[in-house]
Write a protein that binds this ligand. Structure first.
Ligand SMILES: Cc1cc2nc3c(=O)[nH]c(=O)nc-3n(C[C@H](O)[C@H](O)[C@H](O)COP(=O)(O)OP(=O)(O)OC[C@H]3O[C@@H](n4cnc5c(N)ncnc54)[C@H](O)[C@@H]3O)c2cc1C
Length: 413
């Protein structure tokens, strides 16, 4: 029997959507190209706009048990190591009603996978989607193997290099010329002795930044080092390679440089996003997660947006379902498309400008630091638009924050 919904891609976005739709009573099949479901990388930050949804799904306690509930988020200057500003995450939890968590990606992914299994999602691996088309009754996915899957709706959660996106727009990922190195360090290593695992810390520096936080209840330290690749700027094909890493952080403080040897050097993540698009739905085929809105990761909202997408879609399915269980898919998809693209456009655009702010040098760095030092710890005007309840309708989308008047700021630290 055909499922009601096919989700292509079993990443965090795809599994989140599959679970959200299944708990609304739909039969969902996930098609994942890999031989098994899994996630690569290390930590991920989950802000209250995500933990609110995990709570609604009944998954928050398990997620909190797997991760760390940090007490503060601190921004420091990477060159001198000085603190610039901080968020009190206990107060933030009181304000938004839900915690800020940090969790290993594989733990979050595993949690969603178990939830999908328990809910009865049909999970299919070794299934690579090659083509999508609308049919009279819904939509169809043809795999590279030639096998065809049909459903009322197909959700393409197939990531940055989405095949389905080409149905809507002829575009390419935009290279930022920045690359991320990641790594986890067991808590018994000397490096971890110098670190407060109850803090999420970002060191912002000229053309680079460095992030660390604890994972798995403090068993692991997660570190991420991100820098602009000179080879990328020179147009070389092999860029972001490990030989560039140490040079990129040469001017940073000792604490940051001391963390570099603990990063994995056998894999790295070149950072791309895409220009926002306002149309995500093509008949009965809809984009979700990074296929629709891959961001640069500076405000740590990529996976969160993907989880929000699934939650919003499922809420609109529930609102557009008749007494006999029939879903008015055109209405549900239209409601989804009415609200999510504008929110995600704001996140993608803000992520770009936030990255520029982090990576300043010279007088603009000094001005930035002065502004950040002057910020009140309890001023939430920069995050209210993100961390409040996820909008279901356009009128619920909160106003965006006022941009930082950097050029008007005093050039004194
Ligand atoms: C360094 C870094 C740090 C980050 N930190 C954060 C953070 O702290 N918080 C946060 O919210 N986000 C963060 N992000 C962003 C986040 O990781 C992504 O936005 C998110 O994982 C996207 O999920 P997705 O499911 O949409 O896509 P993906 O994770 O890319 O999943 C796509 C899935 O689809 C499958 N697939 C692809 N093509 C096909 C096909 N043709 N057929 C079948 N299957 C297919 C893939 O195998 C994969 O399983 C970070 C990203 C980076 C690079």
């Amino acid at each position: 029997m055909n499922p009601d919904v096919i989700v292509v891609g079993g990443g965090i976005g795809g599994l989140g959507a599959a679970f959200a739709l299944t708990r609304r009573g739909l039969r969902v099949r996930v098609l994942e190209q890999a031989p098994e479901f899994g996630e690569v990388g290390a930590g991920i930050q989950l802000a209250p706009n995500c933990t609110r949804i995990l709570d609604d799904y009944g998954l928050l306690d398990e997620a909190a048990g797997l991760g760390v509930r940090p007490g503060a988020m601190v921004m420091r200057d990477a060159v001198d190591g000085d603190e610039l500003t901080r968020l009190d995450l206990g107060d933030l939890e009181r304000r938004y009603g839900y915690p800020y968590l940090v969790i290993h990606r594989s733990d979050l992914h595993g949690l969603l996978l178990r939830a999908c299994r328990a809910a009865g999602v049909d999970l299919v691996t070794d299934a690579r989607a090659a083509a999508y088309e609308n049919t009279a009754a819904g939509a169809r996915v043809t795999l590279t193997s030639g096998v065809v899957h049909e459903a009322d709706v197909v959700i393409a959660a197939d990531g940055l290099h989405s095949v389905a996106r080409a149905l809507l727009v002829d575009d390419e990922p935009v290279s930022s010329a920045y690359v991320a190195y990641r790594g986890t360090v067991p808590a018994d290593q000397p490096r971890v002795a110098d670190v407060d695992l109850g803090e999420v810390v970002v060191y912002v520096g000229p053309s680079c930044h460095f992030v660390h936080y604890g994972l798995r209840g403090g068993e692991l330290l997660n570190q991420v080092a991100v820098f602009e690749s000179p080879k990328a700027r020179a147009g070389e094909a092999a860029w972001g390679t490990p030989d560039e890493l140490d040079d990129a952080f040469a001017k940073t403080c000792g604490f940051v440089r001391d963390g570099l040897p603990y990063l994995w050097r056998d894999k790295w993540w070149r950072m791309y996003d895409r220009d926002p698009i306002a149309t995500w739905v093509h008949g009965r085929i809809a984009l979700l997660g990074d296929s629709a809105h891959p961001p640069l990761q500076y405000i740590a909202q990529g996976a969160i947006m993907a989880i929000e997408d699934g939650w919003v879609l499922a809420e609109h399915v529930a609102r557009n379902r008749g007494a006999d269980g029939t879903v008015d898919w055109d209405a549900a998809l239209a409601a989804y498309e009415a609200v999510r693209p504008e929110h995600c456009r704001r996140v993608v655009a803000t992520s770009r400008t936030w990255g520029e702010l982090w990576h300043l040098d010279g007088v603009r760095r000094t001005r930035r630091n002065a502004l950040l030092r002057a910020r009140d710890t309890y001023d939430y005007s920069f995050v209210d638009w993100l961390y409040g309840p996820t909008a279901l309708f356009p009128h619920e989308e909160p106003p965006l924050f006022e941009p930082i008047p950097l050029d008007g700021a005093a050039a004194t630290a």
